[in-house]
Each structure stands twice: as structure tokens, then as C-alpha cells.
Design a protein around this ligand. Sequence first.
Ligand code: PEP
Length: 258
Amino acid sequence: MKSKLVIGNWKMNQSFEEAESLATAIQDEIAEIHLQTEVVICPPFPYLELITDLADEANFYAGAQNCSQFNNGAYTGEVSAEMLVSLGVEFCIVGHSERRKYFGETNAIIAEKVNRLMEHELIPVVCCGEQLEDRKAGNHFKVVETQIQESLFHLSKEEIEHVVIAYEPVWAIGTGETATPAQAEEMHRFIRTLIEKKYGTEIAFNTYIIYGGSCNAKNAMDLFSQENVDGGLIGGASLKAADFVQIIEAAETAVCEN
Ligand code: PEP
């Protein structure tokens, strides 16, 4: 049974001091656990160095929440994959629904971001997920399939092996409404089958497909116990050390029980 992956997405929250005490509290608490679970913390860009410095001694990795689709150059306000690597960052979320909604990110832009991350040996955490209208209309599988095909299926077998997929139904992000474990499992299984058809069984099995959308200390265990749910992308609940650590503990327990 492969270990689980739990990623905290702090979004645009926290002062520097708050970020420092949150990261230190998580570090202290997970130092007590013999972790099999891989833990990644994705703070806002200005705090990345804080996390990469701690990550050297702590049981977690540093991740960014976004990167530019361009290499270094005249792109005011952007942060490149090359810059992230130079800081010691190892993961980067791309295609989050908030980036799609507020910053016009399309599947084509996300594919370019994935390419930049691949070129710099960073692990992309590629988000996909349907709107509520899509689910109500029964189009949720088609929407997710198109997102995955257009943002990832240009990759070779060697490249796709380094990608994490986060299924995040948009109607569940920050709303307190979570997909049921059965709904999550159904979509994760569907995504794994898509990967299997394109890249084969071994790669499909090894690919991390994690769930995001109001995952919290109470529901994490039920979600992570599903066969095809390899962990979680956690927004709101990653801003409280105690809650985030309980989610990590749920991941540990789910691996043992699976
Ligand atoms: C997210 O930001 O990816 C997310 C899943 O947020 P939340 O856990 O707050 O729903």
C-alpha cells in the first residue's frame, strides 16, 4: 500500500509572523509522529523561504501555489519555476479553480505551467474538478476528462510519473460542503482509468490522486479510506496546526487500514 500525500494550501492568508508560528507548530507536532505520509506546505510566495528553511529539518516539503507559464524574463509580477527551484521548493499547485476563475487560467495555460515545472524537475499538483452545474447536468466526468486530457496528456510516460492530480469539485472548495466518500472514490477511479488507458496500469496505480474540497479533521478518515483516494489537498483546515495534524494522522491510519 502506498503512503498518502497531504498538502496544505494556505492560499492568500497569514502575516509573516502568523505563518512562522503556524509552520513551527506543525513542525513540532509532526516531529512526534513516525510519519509515512508525505506532507507538503504551500504558503504564499513571500513565505516560501521560511518553509524551505524549516523543511530541511522538518517532516515536510515546501510547495508553491502557482508559477508562471514563462521562463525568466520581462514578466512583471510573475514567479518562475526556476526561481522556485532556487529556493528549494519541490512541489507546485497549478490549475487551482481559484486561478481558473479569477485569473483566467485555461487548460492550455495549465499545460504550459506543467511544462515549465517538468523542465525544472518540480512536482506539479494539477487541479481538476467540475462546477455544481456540471454535476447537476451529469457532465462532471466529461469536464474532468477534458481538463486532464488538455493539461496533462501531452506528457510522456516518464513525465506523467512525476505528476500529482488533485480532484477538487469546485462546489466543495471553501464551502463546507464535501463530496461524499463515494462521490470522491467514483471520480478518483474514473481518473485512474483515464491514466491507465493512456499510460498503462503501473503508472495509473502509482499516480497520486488526492481529494480537495472542505476536507477536515472530521471527514478526512472516511475520504482517505477510499481505495483510490491517495490523500488530500487541504485549504481552510491547513491554517490551524491542530486540525492539519489530525488530517495527517487520519492519512496515517487510513494507510494502515487499507
Ligand atoms: C483548496 O484550496 O484547494 C481547498 C480544497 O480548500 P478548502 O479545503 O478550504 O475547501
